[in-house]
Design a protein around this ligand. Structure first.
Ligand SMILES: NC(=O)c1ccc[n+]([C@@H]2O[C@H](COP(=O)([O-])OP(=O)(O)OC[C@H]3O[C@@H](n4cnc5c(N)ncnc54)[C@H](OP(=O)(O)O)[C@@H]3O)[C@@H](O)[C@H]2O)c1
Length: 440
C-alpha cells in the first residue's frame, strides 16, 4: 500500500478570483447538463462509454489509521461497488468539510473500524446508475447528473466523501441546479439534513407553509412508513411530534443558539420561511448582517449569556416553546432557562421542546416539564420516503433561490490538503463560512 502522510502548507483563506471561478463552475455545469441531455438521447452510447467511468479498480483516498493521527493519503484504495438498484456511483469533484471530520479522529468517535475513510459532504457527477425496471419508468437520477450528497451513513465506508469515487443512494442525492455554485452546494448537505430533521421531525414543523417553495410535512410522511424499517434507537424521536398540539404553528417563537453555524443559518431560513418567529443567538458583530438576511427576527449577542437568556424571555413574553442548540450542552442549558415551563401545567398538553445537536444538559439538571430531543440523523439514509422527500425539496429550494447556500472558503491541495484545511476549521478560522476542497 502506498501511503503518503499529508503535510501540506495552510490553504489560502480567500479562493483565487472567486467570481471568475464561480463563472467557470457554472459554464462547466451547463456543459455537463447539455452533455447529459445528449446522452439521454443516445442511450446505447451511454452504456458503452459512460461519462467519467473509473478506468481502474483503485483510487486515491484519505485513511484514518487511529485516533489523534492525521489522515494519510493512499493511492490504491478500492473503488467502491454498487450493491443494489437504489445505489449510484459518483465521481467526487468537491468535498465540504464538517466539524466532525476533525472531531471524530481527535476524540475517537465515529470510526467503526480502522483504517477508515471519513468525510460527510460531497458533490460530484453520477457515473453509474441502475437502469429503470421497465421501459417507461424514469430513474430519478441518471449518469452525468451533478449532485450533492450528505453522507450521513458513516458506517458504510463506500459512502464516505474523502475519496475520488463514492457510493450513495438516489434518495440521498440532490441534483444541483445550473444556477447554484457546485462548491456552495457541496458544503450544505449535512447541515440541511440536520436542520430539516430537527425542525421537521423532532419539532414537527410542517414545511408545507414555506413561502415560495412548500416542502414536505415529514410527520405525515412518517405515518405512511413501516415503523419496523426505522432504526430502533431513533424510533421514539421520529414520532416525538405525532400529537398535533405539540407541533409549531406559524407565529410561534423559536430560539436558535449557534445560529451562525452552517446548520443554524439553514435552520433560520427554513424556520423563518415556514412562518416561525426566529431568535438568533450568535456573535452579532460578526454575523448579524448575514443572520438578518437569513430571516432572523431578533438578534441576540452570544457573549453575555445571562443577558441573552433575559432578552429571549423578555422578547417572547416568557412564551418560548421551541429551542435549538447547535453549540453544546452548556448553551443548551442556557436555552433551557429561556423556555416556558408553565405550559405543560396550565391545562393544555403543549410542552416546551429543546433539541441539542451537540449535547443537552445533564440528566440531573433537566426540567421534567421540557421535552428533550436529539436529531434522528439516520432517518435520512434509512427511509427512502423521508430521504427522497428531503432531497427533492432541497433541489427545489436551490433552484428557486429560496435557500441561500453557505459562503465558502476554497482550500487548496485536493485530498492532500484536507489535513491543513481541517486544522483551519479546528482553529475557528472559517468563522461563518464552510471550507470546501476541489478534487479536479
Ligand atoms: N448530531 C448531528 O447529527 C449533527 C449534524 C450536524 C452538525 N452537528 C454539530 O453541530 C455543530 C455545528 O455544526 P456546523 O457544521 O453547522 O458548524 P460550523 O458551520 O462549522 O459552525 C461554526 C460556527 O460556530 C460558531 N460558534 C462557535 N462557538 C460558539 C458559541 N459558543 N456560541 C455560538 N456560536 C458559536 C462560530 O461562530 P463565531 O464566528 O462566533 O465563533 C462559527 O461561525 C457541530 O458541533 C456539529 O458537530 C451535529
Amino acid at each position: 500500500m502506498t501511503t503518503v502522510t499529508t503535510l501540506t502548507t495552510a490553504p489560502a483563506l480567500d479562493g483565487k478570483s472567486p467570481a471568475v471561478y464561480h463563472e467557470a463552475v457554472l459554464i462547466e455545469h451547463i456543459v455537463k447538463k447539455r452533455q447529459t441531455q445528449t446522452q439521454t438521447q443516445t442511450q446505447t452510447q451511454i452504456r458503452t462509454q459512460p461519462p467519467d467511468q473509473p478506468s481502474s479498480a483503485t483510487q486515491r483516498a484519505l485513511l484514518v489509521h487511529g485516533a489523534q493521527q492525521p489522515y494519510a493519503l493512499v493511492t490504491d484504495h478500492a473503488i467502491p461497488s454498487i450493491l443494489h438498484k437504489d445505489e449510484i456511483l459518483i465521481k467526487v469533484t468537491v468535498i465540504g468539510l464538517n466539524p466532525v471530520d476533525w472531531k471524530g479522529p481527535a476524540y475517537n468517535f465515529g470510526l467503526p473500524r480502522l483504517p477508515w475513510v471519513n468525510g460527510r459532504d460531497l458533490a460530484g457527477v453520477v457515473v453509474q446508475a441502475s437502469e429503470p425496471d421497465t421501459d417507461t419508468a424514469r430513474p430519478r437520477l441518471r449518469k452525468g447528473d451533478l449532485v450533492l450528497v450528505p453522507s450521513t451513513d458513516y458506517r458504510d465506508i463506500r459512502k464516505a466523501a474523502f475519496q475520488e469515487y463514492a457510493v450513495a443512494t438516489h434518495f440521498n442525492a440532490a441534483r444541483i441546479p445550473p444556477t447554484s455554485s457546485v462548491h456552495a452546494a457541496a458544503s450544505a448537505g449535512v447541515a440541511f439534513v440536520a436542520a430539516t430533521l430537527a425542525l421537521g421531525v423532532s419539532f414537527g414543523l410542517d414545511f408545507g407553509t414555506v413561502s415560495g417553495c412548500p416542502g414536505p410535512n415529514l410527520p405525515d410522511i412518517l405515518r405512511t412508513v413501516d415503523v419496523n424499517t426505522i432504526p430502533p434507537d431513533v424510533r421514539d424521536e421520529c414520532f416525538a411530534s405525532r400529537e398535533e398540539i405539540e407541533r409549531p404553528k406559524p407565529g410561534d417563537w423559536i430560539a436558535i443558539w449557534g445560529a451562525s453555524t452552517t446548520t443554524g443559518l439553514i435552520a433560520t431560513q427554513l424556520a423563518h420561511n415556514a412562518g416561525l418567529r426566529t431568535i438568533c443567538v450568535a456573535d452579532i458583530a460578526r454575523h448579524g448582517a448575514r443572520l438578518h438576511a437569513a430571516g432572523a427576527d431578533i438578534l441576540v449577542d452570544r457573549h453575555d449569556t445571562a443577558r441573552a437568556v433575559q432578552i429571549i424571555r423578555g422578547v417572547t413574553g416568557g412564551k418560548l416553546r421551541f429551542a435549538l442548540d447547535i453549540v453544546g450542552s452548556q448553551t443548551a442549558a442556557f436555552l433551557q432557562e429561556a423556555l416556558d415551563t408553565r405550559v405543560a401545567g396550565n391545562g393544555s398538553h403543549a410542552h416546551a421542546h429543546l433539541l441539542g445537536l451537540t449535547g443537552l444538559p445533564d440528566d440531573r439538571d433537566r426540567d421534567g416539564r421540557i421535552i428533550y430531543h436529539t436529531v434522528p440523523i439516520k432517518l435520512f439514509h434509512s427511509s427512502p420516503e423521508v430521504g427522497g422527500a428531503m432531497v427533492t425539496w432541497l433541489e427545489r429550494l436551490m433552484e428557486s433561490g429560496t435557500l441561500q447556500l453557505p459562503e465558502v472558503i476554497r482550500a487548496e491541495g485536493g485530498l492532500g490538503g484536507i489535513n491543513a484545511a481541517l486544522e483551519m476549521l479546528r482553529r475557528g478560522e472559517a468563522s461563518g463560512k464552510r471550507i470546501v476542497v476541489s478534487l479536479h
